[in-house]
Write a protein that binds this ligand. Structure first.
Ligand code: 3HC
Length: 697
């Protein structure tokens, strides 16, 4: 008998228990153990009903993703589920934690399902570039009908136990906390009532009612917008449709074919890289797991602007009280008003109850005095990018805050060491760079100064987790990881427009790659003044920063969405960027002024110059130890800038393009365009010489 799956009996219920931490994934050992345990249950004449239950924090959370890409050892998952469904004794699955992917498919192979109230179910395969490949696309629609199955499978979102009960996916929800007790009670009831086996594959009602409906085509049309560029969501629809058009066994075959197509797609490789990268980033090189972490039970924020307000919401959302300090009452009132509006909007969309809105708002207090920061555990400064202002603020904080308060800056570019030098406690100073909109974007780029203590680094990483962000710890340099690369892309994009491209052509190349928005639409969202101020700051520091047509926009108060005109123009109440002839004139004027004759620029050149310039910079970032691993950079770009997860992040993408191809292009642009940005990174040259990839580092 395998150690990870055991069989025992309680009264007349045969209990099959999976115990394979951390998440009871269906590894080969678990799959074969489940077959052996089922056989024991069948042979046990005392067992009238069989119960499948898991130890630890969760029911089976899916196939073992670490086995993907390796040859599948028998029994396969679909075969395992079928064997369970074929059982002549009624089988009950008792669910706690999360029944996901192959885990839910196992539960659907059982004849009855009970779950704790706190449990969730889902088929998140689509988030790995896959579709449910063990009958999920064939069995779920037989319980829920087409529409719900389409929603659940193509979104990969989890469904709470109560909702799953209402959808017919579960039979019973138990309010207790002991899953085994809940399972045994339900199994006993089934034994007592002499209930028969009930196989999902034999259910016909929902299939009959949705057969031939146009729900599939309608859904595909919706996905064209929602899942633009993605492969697996569309394959999910095809597989679900097969459940309605084909007999069960043939539907299963169709599911297998489509699953294999997804498995072989580069998007699957990218998504799975993203999945593990997201988990790896929390394991910081050189920071031991036992590093003490400070309590953060109260937070102060300086600045009630867009960033400060968004940051405050993150803490209020998890029950941590926040004090926001502003200079003027008017600005404070405006900021607090926007926070309320944001929460109210979430309530309108049904994401929060009115009570939750009030509870969260009650946790956010406004103030005009830094004195209110005396006893907070963490202060995050979120004022505009100006070193002198930031230093003044940090000196004040140093004088007011209690010992042990973490002093963080939300700066997106500036030197954390210099900011820390304004205090007598640089070991408590750190960067916490949130991404706009800060209440939505999942990335938190935590920046270590040269003196930041390990305890503070560990604490800000723990804070990221607490407020449900993906924290990445990076080193200190201008722009850190994300913006340092973005600035390279931004400068290149601006130059491409100087040379003859239109802003909308550049943006289209980037959105075609899978970014949610292009460089210039993003500048309009963030505010043209942000980049302008950074360029000015660098010019003031004596750096050579070439003039740009975007400076002209800023100087004409075309600051982006907030002034309804930037690189694009905006209609009242719309965020949709509309090309503007006025901007064409500004660009033309700039070209004349700078004596630039414009030329035709191909999309391929735009792609190469926008992407390779970032990859080259990223190689330098790795060389300098600003990022510890290529995957840290991937995560920064996926969660901070919307780089498509199905491409695995820019470094994973670069590995797939081929570093030799990229180096050759970088060398060409170095010769043609020139500039520090195109100087090939030593690391890139070394990797190519060694025939290696970023992923091998
Ligand atoms: N296979 C292998 N390892 C897995 C795994 C899986 N399916 N799911 C999670 N893990 C690992 C994680 O990598 C992590 O490992 P680490 O500690 O070494 O970094 C550990 O389990 C804990 O995971 P989390 O840090 O994510 O823990 P959380 O408690 O935050 O979340 C979870 C738990 C909700 C289960 C989350 O891990 C998750 O969403 N997992 C993926 C679930 C999934 O996608 N299942 C479908 C798989 S595909 C499939 O089933 C195909 C089938 O249809 C044929």
């Amino acid at each position: 008998m395998s150690e990870v799956v055991t069989y025992s009996r309680e009264g007349n219920v045969g209990v099959i228990t999976v115990n394979y931490p951390p998440v009871n994934a269906l590894s080969h050992a678990v799959r074969s153990g489940l077959i052996a345990a089922l056989e024991q249950g069948q042979e046990d004449s005392e067992a009238k009903v069989l119960l499948l239950v898991c130890e630890g924090r969760t029911f089976i959370a899916g196939a073992d993703i670490r086995e993907f890409g390796k040859p599948m050892q028998k029994p396969g998952l679909a075969e395992l589920v079928e064997t369970y469904e074929n059982s002549e004794k009624p089988l009950v699955a008792a669910i706690h934690g999360t029944a996901l992917g192959g885990g839910l498919e196992m539960a659907l192979g059982c004849h009855y399902r009970v779950a704790l109230n706190s449990a969730k179910i889902g088929l998140p395969e689509v988030k790995l570039g896959l579709l449910p490949g063990a009958g999920g696309t064939q069995r779920l629609p037989r319980l829920t009908g087409a529409q719900k199955a389409l929603e659940i499978i193509t979104s990969g979102e989890f469904v709470g136990a109560k909702d799953a009960l209402a959808l017919g996916i579960l039979d019973v929800v138990d309010d207790g906390e002991d899953v085994k007790a809940a399972g045994l009670a339900y199994a006993q009831q089934i034994a007592d009532e002499g209930k028969p086996v009930r196989r999902v594959r034999d259910l016909k009602d929902k299939i009959a009612s949705d057969k031939g409906s146009d729900v599939f085509d309608q859904f595909r049309a919706v996905l064209q917008k929602k899942a633009r560029g993605q492969f697996s969501p569309f394959k999910c629809v095809d597989a679900i449709e097969a459940a309605f058009n084909l007999p069960f066994a043939e539907g299963m075959k169709r599911e297998r074919e489509l699953f294999t197509e997804c498995m072989d797609s580069p998007q699957r490789a990218g998504q799975i890289h993203s999945f593990f990268a997201e988990r790896e980033v929390s394991k910081v090189k050189g920071l031991s797991k036992d590093t003490p972490v400070r309590d953060v039970n109260s937070v102060g924020i300086i600045g009630a602007g867009t960033m400060g307000g968004g940051i405050a919401m993150n803490f209020a959302n998890v029950g941590i009280p926040v004090i926001i300090v502003e200079m003027k009452q008017e600005a404070l009132d405006k900021g607090l008003g926007i926070i309320r509006k944001n929460y109210e909007n979430s309530a309108k969309k049904g994401r929060l109850t009115q009570q939750q809105v009030e509870d969260r708002i009650a946790l956010i207090t406004g103030s005009l005095s830094y004195d209110d920061f005396k006893s907070v555990d963490l202060v995050i400064e979120a004022v505009f990018e100006n070193m002198a202002v930031k230093k003044e603020i940090f000196a004040k904080l140093d004088a007011i805050c209690k010992p042990g308060t973490i002093l963080a800056s939300n700066t997106s570019t500036l030197d954390i060491d210099e900011i820390g030098s304004a205090t007598r406690r640089p070991e408590d100073v750190v960067g916490m760079h949130f991404f706009s909109p800060a209440n939505v974007m999942k990335l938190l780029e935590n920046v270590r100064g040269s003196k930041t203590s390990d305890e503070v680094k560990a604490t800000v990483m723990a804070v990221a987790k607490k407020i449900k962000k993906v924290g990445v710890l990076v080193g200190n340099c201008h722009g850190f990881v994300g913006n340092r690369m973005l600035h390279r892309r931004g400068a290149e994009a601006m130059t491409l427009v100087n040379e003859g491209a239109t802003p909308q052509q550049v943006d289209k190349v980037l959105t075609d790659l899978g970014y949610p928005m292009g460089q210039f639409a993003m500048s309009d969202l963030a505010g043209i003044d942000v980049g302008y101020r950074i360029r000015e700051e660098r010019r003031n520091a004596g750096e050579q920063v070439a003039p740009s047509w975007m400076d002209k926009l800023a100087e004409q108060n075309r600051l982006g969405q907030k002034t309804m005109a930037g690189v694009y123009k905006y209609e009242e109440g719309s965020r949709n960027p509309v090309p503007d002839a006025e901007v064409e004139r500004i660009i033309e004027g700039f070209r004349k002024e700078q004596d630039i004759s414009s030329r035709e620029i191909t999309d391929q050149e735009i792609l190469e110059r926008c992407m390779y310039v970032m990859v080259n910079e990223a190689a330098k970032i790795l060389e300098e130890g600003i990022a510890d691993r290529a995957l840290d950079i991937d995560v920064v770009w996926i969660y901070g800038y919307g780089f498509p997860a199905y491409r695995g992040g820019p470094m994973f993408w670069a590995d797939q393009v081929g570093l030799d191809v990229i180096l050759a292009a970088v060398e060409k642009y170095h010769a043609d365009v020139g500039g520090e940005q195109w100087k090939p990174a030593d690391l890139l040259k070394q990797l190519v010489a060694d025939g290696k990839k970023f992923g091998d580092l």
